[in-house]
Design a protein around this ligand. Structure first.
Ligand code: ADE
Length: 292
């Protein structure tokens, strides 16, 4: 099977096309890790000012709402024209596999790490940024997905688009440099990330946990998992119902429940992981079996 799609070398590269009235707002993503990722052709970011597609003499992109009310509403024509002009798009609403049109709106699906992983599998993401009070309802028909970055209202979709691009880009292999460094991220496995330390070994009377300097990888892994679980239970109880524990979590969870009694209230969620009791031959009667 060819690795070339639409002229792209599809190893893991992803192309973002942003439809916005304020391309200059995107300066922050031209820095640091995303700057390097673009230079290395791991991601591409194309900014399209859809004001360029306005047909009126004054290049108007908004108008007063039908029915009255405050504020201005984005007109559909410039955004439709900009989408129709996207290379490779034969018809509107045609979802070319590997490409999604995402509309940023506070009414959309709440953006989270699992949606970031989902989007990172695409070849191209087109992000439409609304602005002003709102947009003409017919603009929604262009979108494969509506995405909100949180239950608050921003002045436009630009910050949301940057959040999505940042979170998705760092999942592309090579973008973070060391492969696998996003596997332990908070939310990547449903739990918050374990605490991290670096040198010095003691800072203002606060030492690094001994286990981390021990060099014993098994103990370090065990400590990290336990602390990730502790963090999640003490900070984000809302994540617990969806959490699927690992078989090895049983003992860690019992230890945590002994340390923090409130955690024990969730025992029903991990009880099924209790290792079976070992059967032992009775010394008095070797033929009978007894539970230990
Ligand atoms: N535009 C305005 N508010 C937004 C939000 N919360 N998420 C995404 N886009 C938005």
């Amino acid at each position: 099977m060819s690795n070339f799609r639409q002229g792209w070398w599809k190893s893991n590269m992803i192309k973002f096309t942003v439809l916005t009235l304020f391309p200059e707002m995107f300066a922050p993503i031209q820095e640091s890790i995303l700057k390097r990722a673009q230079a290395a052709d791991l991601i591409q970011i194309k900014l399209v000012n859809f004001r360029d597609y306005a047909v009126s003499k004054h290049k108007n992109v908004d108008d007063v709402p039908y029915g009255g009310g405050p504020g201005m509403v984005l007109k559909p024509e410039p955004i439709y024209a900009a989408v129709r002009d996207l290379p490779g798009l034969q018809e509107l609403r045609q979802t070319q596999s590997g490409r999604k049109i995402v509309l940023l709106t506070p009414q959309g699906r709440l953006f989270n790490q699992s949606l970031a992983w989902e989007l990172s599998a695409l070849d191209e993401i087109v992000l439409i940024c609304g602005h002003y009070e709102g947009f003409d309802e017919r603009i929604r028909d262009l979108a494969d997905e509506e995405v909100s970055i949180g239950d608050f209202v921003l002045t436009g979709g630009e910050l949301g688009a940057m959040v999505v691009m940042d979170a998705v880009s760092r999942l592309i292999p090579g973008v973070l440099g060391e492969s696998g460094s996003c596997a332990d991220d908070s939310h990547s496995q449903g739990v918050l990330e374990y605490p991290q330390y670096t040198r010095p070994p003691e800072f203002e009377g606060k030492p690094v946990p001994e286990v981390l300097v021990s060099g014993h990888h098994g103990n370090i892994e065990r400590w990290r998992r336990k602390e990730a679980l502790r963090r999640t239970f003490t900070r984000r109880l809302d994540l617990i119902p969806a959490l699927e524990f690992l078989p090895d979590d049983y003992l860690l969870l019992e230890e945590l429940a002994a340390e923090i009694p409130e955690i024990g209230a969730w025992r029903g969620k991990w009880e099924h992981l209790r290792p079976p009791k070992k059967k032992r031959r009775s010394l008095q009667n070797p033929s009978s079996r007894e539970e230990s």
